[in-house]
Design a protein around this ligand. Sequence first.
Ligand SMILES: [Mg+2]
Length: 306
Amino acid sequence: MGSIPLRLQQPRKLVADPRPGIASALAASQPPTLVTFDVFDTLIWRRTLLPQDVFLSLSHHFPGIASWMRREAERVATFACRRVLRREPTLRDIYCLLPMSQAGEIAAEQRVCVANPHCHSAIQSLSRLGVRIAAISDMYLDAQEIRTLLDACGYPEMPIYSSATESCTKGDNGALFSAIWKRLGVRPSEVFHVGDNAHSDIAMANRLGAGTCHVSTPRATLFDACPSVPRARSAAETLFWGELAIRLHLHIADHGEAAASYGNAIRMLVQQRGTISQLSVDEAWREIQYCAEAVGDAEAGTRRAT
Ligand SMILES: [Mg+2]
């Protein structure tokens, strides 16, 4: 009986740091020759609570353009492009419906985007090893617009493939993966893909035969810790929660802790919602750590007493 292919042996668990998964794939008898990364929520994190909260800052910089107008323009452009034009939408399609330049949105994205430090480090290691890398995104930003954001986040030059440019998606039966792999002349078994979306990045790539690593996101970590974090009402509020989510995500990844340990501490902060505008993210993070330690000590004391 032949051995079980490596791809089927991989644990499909969610991880904060993809580096061990990539290292394990590279150490296999048939290592991947191409390692690809999803872009948003994988290579890049937004410092906002939700992705669409980027539009809250558009209203601030372009009075009269409410965040809901931007969301509605995307909904209409996506419907028209997919159902009528039979292609994927682009940022240009969305801004055809708005009385402002799309450059403002790229600038707004640049202000809130930061590199995922785990992926940034992984890309540097792969570059040093001479392993081919690429970024693949289901996104209305085209490859050049995504390059602007990756450059701003300090990523090195790499090939970038976007659904807006290629007009097919990872989510649609992995069509974008198949098109790119064929163009690059690699077999699915030679590819390892890292991404945050369970369907588009993981299920589709696995179904086509590639190895994968499923990464968790700061937003999901924050909501795991405390599902009652409210939707942001302002650009300042979304940046507050978004930056706090990144602190929490990196901290528990470094210390191997469970997000739930911080639930009570974050719930206390949610209850003070009216006063969070007076707190810096540093102050809030210190308060959360202090509360989580106090709760942990109290629980440990209870366990010792019983
Ligand atoms: Mg993603």
